[in-house]
Write a protein that binds this ligand. Sequence first.
Ligand code: DAH
Length: 296
Amino acid sequence: MKLIPTLPVDKRVDFGKGVNSLKVEIDAALQELISKLSVQPVSKVKAELFDVTLPGKPPFVGKKHPLTQTIDDIKEVFASLGFDVAYGPEVELEYYNFEALNIPADHPSRTDFDTFYIKDDVLLRSQTSTVQIRIMEKQKPPVRIIAPGRVYRPDTVDARHSFMFHQVEGLLVDEGVSFADLKGVLYQFIKAYFGQNVQMRLRPSFFPFTEPSAEVDISCSICDGKGCSVCSYSGWVEILGAGMVDPNVFKAVHYDAEKYTGFAFGMGVERITMLKYGINDIRLFYENDLRFLSQF
Ligand code: DAH
């Protein structure tokens, strides 16, 4: 357009028209471009700047508490051996916690040093053995159950004790059940839960509700039986109590002790979880600290 005044007069009109129509065309094209650019949403511009090669943010996925996982594992092993799962109340009558289990009135575990009493004859169960009685009262043999649940004892809390912990009880009653059956079932469980290399041994013991009774040890899973602080350098750790159901227990539930025999066992869930994973403080289970819980 600046050139127009410099041109000879007879050329100026044509040249001016040409330049003007070019200007109109360019203006229109520019307008179109500008309007296209200005409707671009900011987010789209940002999206184009987003680096898709960066690692993603994993969503937080919750999972079961390690004790729940252990109880599930135990249920699975015993389900494969034909055991049903049974439950009983945590607030329990003294009768089910002691009397029916052949635990005499003067037994030290019945004092309020060892049991949380709510009233004279009502307490927080101190063992899941209560479920043995509740099931046998309702059901005729054969009986084949495990009973997981919480139990309560007025122990001072430290690395190995808690006022509340979990047990899994087992009970099998039928005709012709022997101590060998008990040993076979426990053997299968221990191999399935702790692994094929773990050894098992039974030591004679005493429980009022079983006769004979045994305490069951496994070779220390922390040191492979070589000896460490967890097994007090013995290479063995106790994991459960067991035995043949005492005839007095059968009497309490009106089972014919001449016809039926059975075995029972009880294990601490915290204890076997600690042994399996090398956990050195029971309190870790109850603190709800995700740094601990997320490791399982
Ligand atoms: N109830 C026992 C305890 O809490 C454990 C136990 C021992 C359960 C022997 C049983 C058994 O069924 O036969 O220490």
